[in-house]
Design a protein. Structure first.
Length: 291
């Protein structure tokens, strides 16, 4: 993050992150050099495991947004700065360590900001990296036009998909770590989650935040892969890419994932996020998992 003298815009942007309910629940703190996530047991994917990739994704997103926000014109409302695309690579596991995130703007124009962010562990080693595109468009951020190529979530995971016995253990784990997120369908390579519109899932705008959506997108692919291969010898998200279509305000989310390709230990998934009430497409993407 920039080390230039603090401006009123810098202070305003940092206050947005400080007042973000999801970031507050995680314990994210804002510093001159970026963001810090103090270690907490609930940040782990399972007891005795590693820090959840979706939580790292939140840290990457918030760091990137903060860096882009500080470079905006003083006349540009921060509400207009929204994530359009996130591509995240997970470089190594992190377990018993605080995490530090920083970001740099690669290019900022009138319509878009391109930002690269990095998360490091307490020893300064790179843990995860992300490339983000933010839109600066000042128009209506509401409904996007749904095109013919958009898929019904039931095309990915049918309502008739059974609930694998693994689902109960996943739900018990998530209830302790991410309240309001639950598996509703699980079979080999297929998973559907439901996210309640809880206050802790919201960002500083009052919308369901990009961070919790990234976490849910990671989970839906991981769970589908576990149901496909059973208990893998090793397991890690390699890459997560999500495009965000429109904001989520007053409804929960249905997150679906379907495995589409397997080559050796690598499984690739299609992901989709829809409004639970409206059915509208909110985000879509892909995830590669090493199992």
């Amino acid at each position: 993050m920039s080390t230039q003298p603090t401006t009123a815009r810098d202070t305003q942007a940092r206050d947005c992150v400080r007042h973000d309910p999801w970031a507050q629940w995680l314990g994210v703190t804002v510093h001159a050099g970026g963001l810090v996530l103090p270690w907490r047991e609930r940040h782990l994917n399972v007891a005795g495991g590693v820090i959840h990739g979706g939580i790292q994704a939140t840290l990457l997103h918030d760091s990137a947004w903060l860096e882009a926000a500080t470079g905006l014109s003083p006349s540009a409302p921060l509400e207009h700065l929204r994530v359009l695309e996130a591509q995240i690579s997970f470089l190594r596991p992190a377990a018993t360590t605080d995490l530090h995130a920083s970001a740099v703007v690669m290019r900022q124009g009138r319509e878009f900001a391109y930002v690269r962010a990095c998360v490091r562990d307490g020893d300064g080693r790179d843990v995860a990296s992300g490339c983000f595109v933010f839109t600066l468009h000042a128009g209506d951020p509401g409904h996007a036009q749904t095109l013919a190529g958009a898929r019904d979530p039931h095309d990915l995971v049918s309502s008739a998909t059974p609930l694998s016995p693994m689902a109960s253990s996943f739900n018990q784990n998530m209830a302790a770590r991410v309240p309001g997120l639950a598996v509703t369908a699980l079979d080999a390579g297929l998973c559907r989650l439901h996210l309640e519109p809880a206050e802790l899932h919201r960002d500083w705008r009052g919308e369901i935040g990009a961070g919790i959506q990234l976490l849910a997108a990671d989970n839906v692919g991981v769970f589908g892969c576990f149901a496909l291969v059973g208990q893998p010898r090793r397991a890690a998200t390699v890459d997560l890419k999500v495009g965000f279509c429109e904001p989520v305000v007053d409804e929960g989310l249905i997150i679906t994932g379907a495995g589409v390709s397997r080559r050796g230990d690598l499984v690739q998934h299609q992901l989709q996020i829809n409004g639970a009430d409206s059915g509208r497409l909110k985000a879509f993407g892909t995830m590669t998992f090493l199992c």
